[in-house]
Write a protein that binds this ligand. Structure first.
Ligand code: KE4
Length: 438
């Protein structure tokens, strides 16, 4: 595949941007080779600067749930931009967005917008500590909550990909109140609470971890986290930056029937523009400035263009909130995502079997990960057993076939409502060929 222009751009980028990328996961360091550059995307496809068309299963890491350049989002952004790009003064779209999120996610009674998922998670942690007046936070190895100093401890995503889940530049004091437990391990969390009585401010968890590939909560595990936090005066914080509004209209908490105290969001509610949010019980959220003692702020929080794009995304996924109850054109968006996900899972599983290559294909709705291992994957330790050499070869074989999967074994894949059965069939046919070369 000709990537001349991408190579030229990457050489230029390296002169001015560390590693040539503005986010490490884009760097292809886990799979080898150099990243390609994209300047056009539409529906389920992206086109690189050399004109190569790719079926995209990264979907800009989640926001493009309706596919790229959805006409309703483009039109909403253009319309909003005509009236100005930022005010730094409350604007009506912030109210519409806040109300819409509270309608879609019953556990959220109040919400605060930010400009990234990292900011949302950082703020939720600070709020949990301020509200409980406790310092310690439990997180799970392999889970990633953005590049928050106190949470970059055995983190997932790029931190895991590059083998340094604990970043340099973070003083030990900043992580001394962070306790890491294995995901899906009930006894480990019980022991932590027993050893830290009345000291745990909260647990922050990806309800379906998507930053070490993808694995699911074991039956009863999320219920256990809900019970043990409530029993110990600690808060349960669901990091739904990735799962929110994707795994169900109300996110993973709707899908699994759990009511967290706080939730963080991002990606889908920005429709591809910079966004994050955190919300939950009103008595907790009212601890935030300007009402309460926990400070949190952002120049572009609630930016009108991001709100317009996010609201268009939500509207197409769920239909208008108010009058007329107009259903979205693809009113059963979540049924479409589930059907496409099941189609991909079945096809990839069959392709691996016919090629006699051990693959564990984990999936939850429209999020998935194929691990090159024949053992089940329930946590990051299991994920680390996957054959990364096979993954590298598979990744490049599929890329050369015009299929773009996340450039790391430790990332989730995403499907959009713009993907078609034909896209899935093309993907599975290519996988059947590539797997036989491994
Ligand atoms: P951002 O700060 O990147 O908007 O969100 C951080 C974040 C928080 N919580 C979860 C569960 C997340 O998945 C993320 C970000 N996800 C990664 C993909 N693994 C973003 C891609 C990147 O870092 O470039």
């Amino acid at each position: 595949m000709n990537r001349t222009q991408s190579e030229k751009l990457f050489a230029e980028a390296l002169k001015y941007i560390p590693g040539g990328v503005n986010s490490p996961v884009r760097a292809f360091r886990a799979v080898g080779g150099n990243p390609f550059f994209v300047n056009r995307a539409s529906g389920s496809k992206v086109w690189d600067v050399d004109g190569n068309e790719l079926i995209d299963y990264v979907c800009t890491w989640g926001p493009a749930i309706l596919g790229h350049a959805h006409p309703k989002i483009i039109s909403a952004v253009k319309t909003a931009a005509e009236f100005g790009t930022s005010f730094g003064i409350p604007n009506p779209l912030e109210v519409t967005m806040a109300k819409r999120i509270c309608e879609l996610v019953p556990s959220v009674k109040k919400i605060r917008m930010t400009s990234s998922g990292t900011e949302a998670c950082m703020s939720a942690i600070r709020l949990a500590r301020g509200f409980t007046q406790r310092d310690k936070i439990i997180k799970f190895d392999g889970c990633y909550h953005g590049h928050v100093d106190s949470l970059l401890v055995r983190a997932g995503s790029g931190a895991l990909t590059f083998g340094h889940p604990d970043s340099a530049g973070i003083p030990a004091a900043f992580t001394s109140h962070t306790i890491v437990a294995p995901y899906n391990d009930v006894e480990a969390v019980k022991a932590i609470f027993a050893a830290n009585k009345n000291e745990i401010a909260g647990i922050i968890v990806e309800p379906v971890p998507g930053n070490a590939g993808l694995y699911l909560p074991q039956p009863g595990y999320l219920e256990f986290l809900r019970e043990i936090t409530a029993a110990n005066g600690a808060l349960l914080i669901f990091d739904e930056v990735m799962t929110g509004f994707r795994l169900a209209k109300g996110g993973a908490q709707e899908r699994f029937g759990i009511t967290p105290d706080l939730s963080t969001f991002g990606k889908v509610i920005g429709g591809g523009l910079p966004v994050g949010a955190f919300g939950g019980r009103a008595e907790i959220m009212d601890y935030l400035a300007p009402l309460g003692p926990v400070y949190q702020a952002g120049t572009l929080s609630g930016n009108p263009i991001a709100m317009a794009a996010g609201l268009a995304n939500l509207e197409e996924l769920n239909g208008k909130a108010e009058s007329g109850k107009r259903k979205a054109e693809n009113e059963n968006a979540y049924a479409v995502l589930e059907k496409l996900g099941a189609h991909l899972e079945a096809g990839m599983t069959d392709a691996a079997k016919s090629a006699n290559v051990p693959v564990r294909f984990n999936r939850c709705g429209s999020m998935f990960c194929g691990y090159f291992t024949d053992a089940p994957v329930h946590n990051v330790a299991d994920a680390m057993k996957s054959d990364r050499e096979k993954f590298k070869k598979f990744f490049h074989g599929m890329l050369d076939a015009g299929i773009y999967f996340a450039p790391s074994q430790f990332e989730a894949g995403f499907i959009s409502t713009a993907h078609t059965a034909a896209d899935i069939e093309t993907t599975v046919r290519a996988a059947a060929k590539v797997l036989r070369t491994l």
